[in-house]
Design a protein around this ligand. Sequence first.
Ligand SMILES: [Zn+2]
Length: 295
Amino acid sequence: MQKMALLNQIHDFIEQKTVFNDVTFHGKGVHLNKLATIVIKPSLKPGIFFQRIDIPGSLPIPAHFRFVKNTNFSTYLEKDHVSIQTIEHVLAALEGCGVTNAIIEVDGSEIPILDGSAIVFYNELIKSPLRSLNQSYPIYHLAEQIIVETSYGHIKAWPTPHSYASFHMTINAKNRFGDKLGHQSLSYSMDQDFKNIAMARTFGCYEEGLLMQQKGLALGASLDNTLVIKDHDILNPSGMRIDNEMARHKILDAIGDFSLFPQKIIAHFDIYNGGHTLNHLFLQKLDSLKISKDI
Ligand SMILES: [Zn+2]
């Protein structure tokens, strides 16, 4: 009976939509500190694809969780030895706008970090109406609870009666960020204003940033693109942009990472100390359960 319900619900669809015109962004990557230009282009093919135009003859990299190679401090895709890094914020912006189809041309190996949030991507994307393609894009209504746990956090996902995903995000990291900043909690539904999620910047500890830079990561991180916490206080002169900015950013990352599933996932997510690795583990578990049910 449960199998029937699951299969019935898999065959729900939304309309495929793509951008009307090319949308261009330029800037440095937060990890490699290298300049890159990306052009989000209309596409008739369902899904999002990254095309490395600086590597002649390379094939597009699908924004699909099976091509996730690394989840350390960003989400990193690789296919046929061609890679693209820090894809999560632009993917979240596309998801927040309702874009299902696009080709993202990029002339480097990392997506620009811009201001550390997704608001620059989002504000530019919503300037033009999307193009409806009169084709269906699959959605996946979760039919049973799925739990993924690690030593530091969890994702619990439940079926929802709504036609959109919702999130409850908790960060509990008082040891890293102190009592004032180290506990943040926020609920958000995809029917609410996405700007309140898109504007939340990436964040980190000052000392951890220095250690990352010794390992060749976060080379482009600065107060212009990262909310930096030092001695349990915010180093950025203007402080947080919005309440619970860190929890909001974790929701933003989850929205971007979950869009790597080939169907739009409709569920309620309760996430505790989430991150790219947990997000990826969730997609792998969802996929394995779905396959076992489909057989
Ligand atoms: Zn992020």
